[in-house]
Design a protein around this ligand. Structure first.
Ligand code: ATP
Ligand code: MG
Length: 871
């Protein structure tokens, strides 16, 4: 059965059990501070488990893109070395939100595996949670045990401990006991020797877990306690690639049709053979796996970068490049070439891969090229390090510097050192690494306390589209502590006019005013698992008082103008540059707006002008805002609304329209485009290969901008002391300047000529060599010229010049070619050695070399010592 078919059958099976098929959520998570990437199918439903919001349908099934490379679930180091862990994989799942529980979950899982997919029950093992005596003090899951006993023999039931059979997504959140289903894929012969049940959860490559049925009934609180959830839920996750391995009778995920097209392509591009050696196999598996993770993240809008999620993606890609570099000996970008095959393979299930093919491959190519440059540079530095080392052991500090400052990977350092008979001080390196980790942890450590509940939440908590003030109460609050900012508080209101950061727009600021007259400042507003959280450094005296929540309306109005202008800018870019323009990120705040989009070349000045003009025309047309709050996603798309990849849209969406611009958007906007006043682009730049950034301002900021420009112009005019056209005056100045430059150059040439004849008089003959050491006042280029000219005119010449330029010292040495062999003189060596007098160094060729240094006071001494080379 082909993988496409396997995926489809899973979804169809649960559809027949009254489940709604829903799309995968984005792999990159935006509104959960405890999680960077989706690591399980249940993440996108966390708010339902916690009761923060109500699902439209109580039974749901899907396939979810997951990434396990950070936090509690991190498989990165296994990937490639084993055959069944991936960084990015699909998790098939079925969910019950307070609907069915263990009985249905267990029976359906068994029915699907053994009857629909036809897996032999003899090869399956199931586990139940045995309970724990630690502080959670949990009982054996006898309910699951009894259910399993009805369908599987007791030899196939295993009792599992907390590590294997109590599932938690992270340090906090919904969790519960689980039953895992494992498969034994070994030969009959092997099975006869060791029974499968002895190998379950023992890292045997052919006895692996395929499905985990989690019975969600607790919430793990910040203080580590478990609290019973009001309703019980089912959360299951089956590894799609592992299921394909089973159903396609393979012994490795990489031998299924999910991976074979990629592997053939890697073999072709890198001219290597999968199966040739273990090292090559690992490298090919790493590359086949990692290209998926990186491509899916880029499609979800997460580009490789230096921080946060982007940095994790960059490290995954670099790991693949390193394996290619080290084991397949690849020295140029090649991973990007896999994108056509990948999008062909996965595109029908994940159309974002087809849609953004070009962007993905451009970004990867650029990253590869830049990391390869780093590697080449690192190799040179490492070479230097070995050449100048006093012992055969390289210190941890040096290796760390290479790693930290130049991005050179430590495993490569250690490999190359070993190949050259050197040793690395591993412990020293680890110590440096740990020091750095401690430093950054200290800088960012934040701990959140448990929520204190005061009042129930209203169901439709955000009312800030319609009003900027509201009578509210505090629903819950908690204390947070960070080393950087100290103690602070987070407040959830029963309902709120404060817009929480999202869709690129910053969160609202403002105040809470209690009925007793106390005022608390709200510094920021963010969304966390669908809760709107207000940030403040002060808690009201009486948190249970009545409050008036008041948004800072000036800031909000400016932000709204920038947000509406962003939509018009998006429309203008698609109009002027073409429909390939897609939003890749935006930042909307009161001072300015920033918009990133896909486009493959610099936006020219004329194009920018057109874009600006287009937006300003829409502003002058005074287009009224048309807002539709509860549209179905499909309807909105059919009416031409633009949706973004990597955004999570619910069933009901909000559409924002100004004239012909229509976007799905949750942000706040002006009521009429006239309120934007004026739109001015202030910057255009590149963010990554194929992605441009425009920065712009509107309203009062634009006004201030023009006032400032005007002031600058006035200053220029008064500086020019010319009453006429300032542009003309500047041109005149430039012409005059060019003329003066020419004159200076010709004067300098004359000076050099005179100098040359003077210097020729000073040449001394020592042992048949024409020698000259002299301090002169010329720049580096002129000195070189002079030295070469003397060399043309005098035979057997050894000349060394010293000069002082801008407080620095420079030595220039020229030696006639015949002398370099006859007298064994080497200009490179000489300047390097004499460099010590000027506290510097240099080098070059045997007949010409220069050295720079920071001590001009040593020039004379250097020159005096030059003669010693002739003795
Ligand atoms: P394992 O012990 O094999 O690492 P797990 O206990 O981490 O598995 P769960 O967190 O229960 O797995 O995830 C549910 C299912 O997802 C597993 O049964 C497995 O089929 C699949 N799975 C988990 N991690 C990976 C991975 N890194 N790559 C591919 N599939 C995975
Ligand atoms: Mg695992």
């Amino acid at each position: 059965m082909r993988s496409q078919e396997i995926r489809k059958q899973f979804l169809e099976f649960f559809k027949s059990k009254k489940h709604t098929i829903v799309p995968s959520a984005p792999m990159v998570i935006k509104d959960d501070p405890t999680l960077m990437f989706t690591n399980a199918g249940m993440n996108q439903f966390k708010e339902y488990f916690l009761g923060n919001s109500k699902p439209k349908s109580k039974r749901v099934t899907d396939t979810q893109k997951c990434l396990r490379v950070s936090g509690k679930h991190n498989d990165l180091e296994e990937v490639g070395h084993d055959t069944y862990h991936h960084t990015m994989f699909e998790m098939l799942g079925n969910w019950s939100f307070g609907d069915y529980f263990k009985k249905e979950a267990i029976n359906w899982a068994w029915e699907l595996l053994t009857e629909v997919y036809g897996i032999n029950p003899e090869n399956l093992y199931v586990s139940v949670f045995e309970g724990t005596e630690d502080k959670d003090n949990l009982q054996l899951d006898s309910e699951a045990l009894e259910l399993w006993k009805k369908i599987v023999s007791e030899e196939h039931i295993i009792y599992g401990n907390k590590k294997d059979n109590f599932w938690e997504m992270g340090d906090q959140g919904p969790c519960g006991p689980s039953s895992e289903i494992h498969i034994d894929l070994r030969s009959e012969e092997e099975k006869a020797k060791v029974p499968g049940r002895d190998l379950v959860n023992r890292d045997h490559p052919l006895v692996v877990e395929i499905w985990n049925l989690v019975f969600i009934q607790y919430n793990r609180k910040a203080n580590g306690d478990l609290e019973e959830l009001p309703a019980k839920h089912i959360d299951t996750g089956m590894g799609f690639e592992r299921l394909c391995m089973v159903l396609q009778n393979k012994k490795s995920n990489y031998d299924t049709d999910v991976f074979t097209p990629l592997i053939s392509e890697i073999e072709k591009i890198t001219n290597s053979k999968y199966g040739k050696s273990e090292e090559i196999n690992v490298a090919i598996r790493v590359i086949a796996d990692h290209v998926r993770a990186v491509a899916f993240s880029i499609a979800d809008g997460q580009l490789p970068s230096n921080t946060g999620a982007g940095y994790v993606i960059r490290r995954i890609l670099r790991r693949a490049i390193r394996y290619g570099f080290t084991f397949l000996k690849i020295r140029e970008a090649f991973i990007y070439k896999l994108i056509p095959v990948l999008s062909e393979q996965m595109g029908s299930a994940f159309p974002e891969l087809i849609n953004q093919k070009e962007l993905i491959s451009n970004v990867i190519r650029e990253e590869e090229a830049s990391f390869l440059r780093t590697l080449e540079q690192g190799l040179i530095l490492l070479d230097d390090l070995m050449r100048t080392a006093k012992t055969k052991k390289i210190s941890g500090e040096k290796a760390f510097e290479l790693y930290d400052t130049y991005g050179f990977p430590i495993d490569l350092t250690s490999l190359i050192l070993r190949e050259n008979g050197f040793e690395l001080d591993e412990a020293g390196f680890q110590k440096e690494l740990q020091k750095q980790k401690d430093r950054s942890r200290k800088a960012t450590q934040v701990s959140a306390g448990d929520w204190v509940e005061l009042n129930p939440l209203e169901s439709n908590a955000f009312i800030g589209y319609d009003q900027l003030e509201a009578e509210v109460k505090i629903a819950r609050y908690r204390t947070v502590e960070s080393r950087k900012k100290g103690k602070a508080y987070q407040i959830v209101l029963t309902q709120t006019p404060f817009y929480p950061e999202g869709g690129g727009q910053v969160g609202d600021t403002g105040i809470l005013m209690s009925s007793e007259g106390e005022v608390v400042e709200i510094q920021d507003t963010k969304k966390e698992n669908n809760l709107i959280v207000h940030f403040t450094s002060k808690l009201p005296e009486n948190p249970d008082a009545d409050f008036k929540a008041i948004v800072n309306s000036t800031e909000r109005a400016k932000t709204a103008a920038n947000h509406s202008a962003t939509h018009l800018l998006h429309q203008a870019l698609r109009h002027v540059l073409g429909k390939h323009v897609e939003q890749k990120g935006s930042m909307v705040q009161s001072e300015y707006l920033r918009f990133d989009f896909s486009h493959f070349s610099k936006v020219s000045d004329e194009e920018l002008e057109k874009v600006e003009k287009f937006v300003n025309e829409r502003i002058r047309e005074q287009l009224r805002l048309e807002e539709k709050r509860n549209m179905s996603y499909q309807d909105a798309l059919e009416q031409g609304a633009i949706a973004l990849f990597g955004e999570k849209y619910g069933d009901a969406v909000r559409a924002i329209r100004f004239g012909d611009s229509m976007e799905l958007c949750g942000g706040t906007h002006v009521g009429n485009t006239a309120d934007i006043w004026y739109f001015k682009i202030v910057g255009e730049s590149s963010v990554a290969s194929g992605i441009r950034r425009i920065e712009a301002i509107t309203g009062t900021a634009a006004l201030e901008y023009f006032e400032n420009q005007d002031r600058i112009l006035e200053e220029i005019k008064s500086g020019l002391k010319s009453a006429g056209d300032p542009v003309k005056a500047v041109q005149n100045l430039q012409e005059e300047n060019a003329e003066l430059k020419k004159q200076v150059e010709s004067l300098l040439k004359d000076k050099a000529k005179n100098l040359k004849s003077e210097l020729k008089q000073e040449v001394k003959s020592i042992n048949g060599v024409n020698f000259l050491a002299k301090k002169v006042d010329l720049d580096a280029a002129a000195l070189k010229d002079l030295a070469y000219q003397l060399g043309d005119e005098l035979e057997n010449l050894f000349v060394i010049f010293g000069t002082e330029q801008n407080g620095k010292a420079l030595l220039t040495c020229y030696i006639s070619k015949n002398l370099t062999s006859e007298k064994d003189l080497n200009a490179g060596t000489i300047v390097r050695e004499l460099g010590k007098y000027i506290q510097g160094g240099g080098g070059g060729q045997p007949f010409f070399a220069t050295a720079g240094g920071k001590n001009p006071g040593g020039i004379n001494e250097a020159l005096q010592n030059a003669e010693s080379y002739l003795k």
